[in-house]
Design a protein around this ligand. Structure first.
Ligand code: TRP
Ligand code: ZN
Length: 496
């Protein structure tokens, strides 16, 4: 829930792990922070200032906003699939982290029809993906405030720099909002950087016959009639643990919701599947798999962090990836079991423990990928983790070669760019880092590290530096060489 710490990880990383790769992004990040006014700067007269656009993310420098910390989002979305028509209100409960004359939110497209701060009309203006809000009176540092923004229009699909589609995506029977990495601003205004986590309530009203599913647990439905006499259904969902906005999701369609329970605490599991034989079969399979996988992952990673779990199985030819949307991963096609293992592993690594910046993406994808390796080795008994590692090293695994002739050695997992953030090096070499670590410290220490990581940073944010520090503490030795070779350097190591 805290805004990211602007002493960047690169700046605070011990100098001995020097590599040319590390210096450039740090310098670049600082330059960009300065250029976009990340965190706010100000003239130092002590008076109220602008909150600042951008929080200094090294990969997405304009993302997020300074000067405040969102605690809670109350999103009310009235959606008519025919015409893709959204009429919405976002109520943000936030705390000013400095004296604020004005602040910004990330919002892409849509029309803002009114804004209030603490019930009083506020001035708004738009510039690019920034919505600036100037309250009638400045907000004093430490003050909790309520920003209420009414907006409407046709939410858009965003194509991000890595080529994926996210944001608001219409499907054959409805629509879905997906965030990673920069899509959530297409359907609600917010502080859309992973460092500002918050709790959420969703109130989604859709024409009768449609079902709306969002993160967290259902809080009831009701039927309402509009002035034309048409019936609409209101679906309420509550997400009570902190959530990064890129893993928020609302899916609207002709869904059936299956229920079961899972994990040691027997949390409720909600599996929403679309109509049709394929999706129905996938939904039934998912209902079996979620409890099975969560029980298996709890043994490896420690207690499942959220109050519910589930899935959204929504055959969707417009989305080319599954996404670990919090509590209910989104599957655009019936997934292989490894994918279920992957998305559920993200609930610990990515969702509960969230990267401090987008550069730390390997902490998500490397861990989720390594969960897949362990599933293959322990459950499917196909290849051992070492064999998988060697296959990547030897270039045998088909996934070791990705788009445009890029290989897993094209860049080190610690330094993705906006274009390469979802590429194989982040996933496969990220998993290789973990396997090298496991071999270096032994199974007991390795699994202790994974569980301690999940426990110490539960619901928070953590970065690569924090991880290395934890590993060295648990191992009682310097692991700089290992991380340099496998995490920070581009070149394929000469040894395996
Ligand atoms: N995180 C998704 C997964 O489970 C994949 C993904 C979609 C992704 N969009 C992304 C990863 C953007 C990084 C950045 O693998
Ligand atoms: Zn993933």
């Amino acid at each position: 829930m805290g805004p990211m710490n602007r002493t960047t990880e690169a700046a605070s990383r011990p100098a001995r792990r020097s590599a040319p790769y590390r210096l450039l992004p740090a310098a670049l990040a600082l330059a960009l922070v300065a250029a976009c006014g990340g965190g706010g700067g100000g003239d130092g007269d002590g008076g109220p200032e602008e909150g600042g656009t951008g929080v200094g993310d090294p990969v997405f420098p304009t993302l997020g906003n300074g000067g405040y910390d969102v605690r809670h989002y109350g999103l009310t979305l009235d959606y008519e699939p025919e015409g893709n028509d959204l009429d919405a209100t976002a109520v943000l409960t936030a705390r000013a982290t400095k004296d604020l004359a004005a602040f910004t939110l990330d919002l892409s497209g849509l029309k803002v029809t009114s804004a209030k701060v603490d019930g009083k009309p506020a001035k708004t203006s738009r510039s690019g993906t920034k919505l600036r809000i100037e309250p009638a009176r400045p907000l004093a540092k430490g003050r909790e405030f309520r920003a209420e923004i009414a907006y409407e229009g046709r939410p858009k699909t965003i194509r991000d720099p890595d080529g994926d589609k996210e944001g608001w995506i219409e499907t054959d029977h409805g629509a879905v909002g997906l965030g990673e990495p920069v899509g959530s601003m297409a359907w609600f205004p917010g502080n859309h950087h992973p460092s500002d986590k918050a709790t959420y309530d969703f109130t989604v009203t859709v024409p009768k016959g449609f079902t709306a599913v969002a993160n967290g647990e259902p809080k009831g439905t009701e039927t309402v009639e509009d002035e034309d006499g048409d019936d609409w259904t209101v679906f309420r969902w509550h997400s009570g643990e902190p959530m990064a906005s890129y893993v928020t999701s609302v899916a609207i369609g002709e869904f059936t919701v299956l229920k079961t329970t899972a994990a040691a605490r027997e949390v409720p599991v909600y599996v929403a599947h679309a109509a049709g034989a394929k999706a129905e079969a996938a939904g039934r399979h998912m209902k079996e798999m979620v409890p099975k996988v969560l029980a298996w992952e709890e043994k490896l990673f420690g207690p499942y962090p959220f109050a519910s779990s589930g899935a959204v199985v929504d055959p969707n030819r417009y989305v080319g990836y599954a996404l670990e949307t919090q509590t209910k991963p989104y599957y655009p096609e019936p997934p292989r079991d490894e994918i279920i293992v992957h998305e559920l592993a993200h609930q610990w690594f990515g969702n509960s423990v969230t990267p401090r910046t987008w550069r730390d993406m390997w902490l998500n994808e490397g861990f989720a990928q390594y969960a897949e390796w362990m599933w293959e080795a322990r459950e499917q008994k196909k290849r051992t983790e070492r064999q998988i590692f060697d296959d990547y090293y030897d270039g045998k695994d088909e996934e070791s070669r990705s788009k445009d002739g890029e290989t897993i050695w094209s860049f080190p997992p610690a330094y993705p760019t906006a274009e390469t953030i979802s590429d194989r090096p982040v996933y496969d070499r990220g998993a290789m880092v973990l396997h090298k670590l496991r071999e270096a410290v032994g199974d007991d220490v390795f699994f202790d590290i994974l569980r301690t990581w999940a426990r110490d940073h539960r619901y928070g944010n953590a970065g690569t530096d924090d991880f290395i520090r934890l590993c060295e503490k648990k191992a009682g030795k310097d692991l700089g060489g290992l991380f340099d070779t496998w995490l920070f350097k581009a070149a394929k190591p000469s040894h395996r």
